[in-house]
Write a protein that binds this ligand. Structure first.
Ligand SMILES: Cc1cc2nc3c(=O)[nH]c(=O)nc-3n(C[C@H](O)[C@H](O)[C@H](O)COP(=O)(O)OP(=O)(O)OC[C@H]3O[C@@H](n4cnc5c(N)ncnc54)[C@H](O)[C@@H]3O)c2cc1C
Length: 658
């Protein structure tokens, strides 16, 4: 195997690691950053995982076929809620106004609160709606289609804010105390990021010093979604080691108006203009000991585990964007005539329509499958959920870009400007801006590639990691050698043959059988390629980020293909046109997968890395001549000092739901 204990890919964003933690933030080596990420990983695989098997060359269709079915009683209750939510956002929420004012009105917070939208994921015993992941994601999609800022508000509150970590790791006392407030309409936020902490949580600077009865929090948190309006916060801070305690990054539930908290700024972004996103300062904020979530030092593990399902909310927004884009693209491309035909009939535009429809079907299928697998709790979905976040955020961005192109100049024009000229106000440029952040937060695309690659090679690391671990002694290396010998003697032959080579394989899938044969053959090819690369690069493999990214992206295509075929077969009687969409999607996915395979070995990766070194060293600065560049007399990352705030509090207080 290739990657040593200390060289494994780091997780990141809000999904970083736990201790062992460097004692001082700021001066963190690459090795320490990786150790932190590695320690936060869930190491157990208690349940089967389609994704894990796929990367080992095994297309375990039995894990996803039969297509899971949601609980009918829960569905009936959820449908009632979805109907009310749909009616509310259609009639009471003005998405254009939110965009114009960069503000979700108080009445909308209250209206959503009255419907129970802030308690969708909270169990009924605490006053919530107890929705399944499937129905929660449908609700986000619905609300987000009217205003993506509302989708982000609800999702940050429930997927990473207080409800989910408390549901999974909170004490009975904490649940009883906090969840009913949230279910009734109070808003929560999640605060990990700091000016110096983005993808690398090992640099965390916020501290939680033990004091009589609890902890004293100090630090500055950046970009907390809902941070200006939240009354309850999840805050990540570093507890120092001492008194027999190992310390480490720890999650706290904190009352938003505790003395010492100042909301110093509301941030503004490219998109999601209605987002209530803050810079929040903590100065000697007392937090009682009983408000630690899950134990000292468990903070990042909690964040990571929470995200296993929490991560599904972003693809829900992407699927919603795909559906919306399909509608706008179809209606426009059928009506707009240029050069004697509707533009949708010109091949260049037709291909874009086909891509938007097929991709929306693919993303929706992956999302629904992940949700239902999470809901029936039989499978481990950590890889699949990460794959769908990565895949949907990338493809939805491409969809929005293609939609703008289909709409031509009108795609670039704002909805208000269109309306002022008497044209249909489709907010196409807005959806591009609003979608862009999905590739950055809750694990950037680069970090997701590393995180998934780490899981994809886990079986190899478990048996053979010690062989190339420089810290392993000879006895450990010898034991690993024996383990690896036994594992590879069994595993490698399984990559040679499979059902995908039999011309009649997967015949029960009718016209889609060929796609599954391809997926089966290709999953073995993927595993062989990974194994070959590991043998070739060994400890240097973790630095081959472009290679690893392609491996992960091929895995995502295969997962999506398998999911669409299984869904289309299950819905064959009720929705026969799904077979066509699944076929279309699989054909496009195969083209993408083949391109990625070709690039595995035919690429410019090494010379790009060398070129980047020269670029960073300033060799080509002559290329920057002739334009006015941003000022350099201001720091790239603003320095901050601990201490009381020197600016006013800009927090926005939402009146409680009556
Ligand atoms: C609108 C918005 C809302 C947000 N909401 C929240 C929130 O509610 N709570 C919260 O805690 N945070 C929040 N964030 C922060 C968000 O999670 C971070 O922006 C994200 O984790 C990336 O960190 P960064 O921006 O500091 O980028 P950096 O970590 O500085 O990364 C810069 C670039 O380098 C890449 N990179 C970094 N490390 C590696 C590596 N090891 N290998 C390869 N590439 C790498 C990144 O992918 C990125 O492309 C929000 C951010 C925004 C903009």
């Amino acid at each position: 195997m290739t990657t040593t204990q200390d060289e494994r890919p780091a997780a990141g964003g809000i999904d970083g690691g736990a201790g062992p933690l460097p004692q001082e933030a700021g001066q963190v080596s690459e090795k320490e950053a990786r150790q932190v990420a590695e320690a936060a990983r869930e190491t157990e695989w208690g349940k089967p995982s389609f994704g894990k098997e796929l990367f080992l060359g095994r297309l375990r269709l039995d894990l996803i076929d039969p297509w899971p079915q949601p609980d009918p009683a829960k569905t009936a209750r959820a449908d009632e809620f979805l109907a009310q939510l749909g009616e509310y956002v259609r009639t009471e929420v003005d998405g254009a106004q939110i965009e114009r004012d960069a503000r979700i009105p108080d009445e909308v917070f209250q209206g959503l609160g009255r419907l129970g939208a802030f308690g969708m994921k909270i169990d009924e015993e605490y006053g919530g709606l107890g929705l399944s992941n499937l129905h929660y994601c449908r609700a986000l999609m619905l609300a987000g289609s009217v205003s993506p800022a509302i989708g982000a508000l609800l999702s940050a509150h429930q997927s990473i804010g207080v409800p989910q970590p408390l549901k999974m790791f909170g004490s009975a006392e904490q649940k009883k105390r906090f969840l009913p407030r949230l279910a009734a309409g109070e808003v929560s936020a999640f605060l990990l990021t700091e000016p110096d902490v983005g993808s690398d949580p090992a640099r965390l600077g916020a501290t939680a010093e033990p004091v009589e009865g609890g902890f004293k929090l100090n630090g500055v948190k950046l970009w907390a979604t809902n941070g200006t309006v939240a009354t309850l916060l999840v805050v990540m801070a570093r507890v120092p080691a001492g008194d027999g305690q190992r310390g480490g990054i720890t999650a706290f539930v904190v009352e938003g108006d505790s003395p010492g908290i100042t909301v110093e700024r509301r941030n503004e972004f490219l998109g999601l203009r209605g987002l209530e996103n803050s810079v929040t300062r903590f100065h000697d904020v007392f937090v009682p000991a009983e408000q630690v979530i899950g134990g000292v030092g468990k903070g990042l593990k909690i964040a990571l585990t929470t995200l296993n399902t929490g991560r599904l909310s972003l693809p829900a927004m992407c699927v919603g964007a795909g559906k919306w884009s399909l509608n706008v693209a179809r209606e426009w491309a059928a009506e707009r005539v240029q050069w004697g035909r509707p533009v949708g009939e010109h091949e260049a535009v037709a291909k874009k329509l086909s891509f938007i429809a097929a991709t929306t079907y693919g993303m929706e299928t992956m999302l629904d499958l992940c949700c239902m697998l999470a809901d029936d709790d039989r499978n481990d979905i950590r890889i699949e959920a990460a794959l769908v976040k990565l895949y949907a955020s990338e493809l939805a961005w491409q969809i929005a870009d293609e939609l703008i192109q289909i709409r031509g100049g009108r795609g670039y024009e704002t909805a208000d400007s269109l309306a002022a000229r008497g044209e249909r106000p489709a907010a196409v440029e807005q959806i591009l801006r609003d979608l862009r952040i999905n590739r950055i937060f809750e694990g950037s695309t680069e970090i997701m590639h590393l995180l998934i690659a780490r899981e994809a090679v886990d079986a190899h690391l478990s048996v053979a990691g010690d062989i190339i671990d420089p810290d392993a002694d000879l006895a450990r290396k010898a034991r690993a050698g024996a383990r690896a010998g036994a594992f590879y003697a069994r595993w490698l032959p399984t990559l040679a043959v499979g059902r995908g080579q039999t011309p009649t394989g997967y015949a029960e899938y009718g016209p889609l059988a060929g796609h599954l044969r391809y997926a089966e053959r290709t999953s073995r090819k993927l595993a062989r390629s990974t194994f070959y690369a590991m043998s070739r690069w060994q400890g240097r493999m973790e630095r081959k980020q472009a290679f690893l990214a392609r491996i992960v992206d091929i895995g995502a295509e295969l997962f999506a293909m398998a999911a669409t075929c299984v869904r289309a077969k299950a819905e064959r009687e009720t929705r026969p046109e799904g077979m066509e969409l699944a076929d279309l999607f699989c054909r496009q996915a195969r083209v993408r997968a083949e391109r990625l395979f070709a690039e595995l070995w035919d690429n410019t990766d090494s010379i790009d890395v060398k070129a980047a070194k020269r670029i960073l060293g300033g060799r080509y600065t002559f290329l920057e001549d002739g334009v006015v560049t941003p000022a350099t007399d201001v720091d790239q990352v603003a320095a901050w000092e601990p201490g009381p705030s020197t600016v006013g509090d800009v927090r926005r207080r939402i009146p409680p739901v009556d």
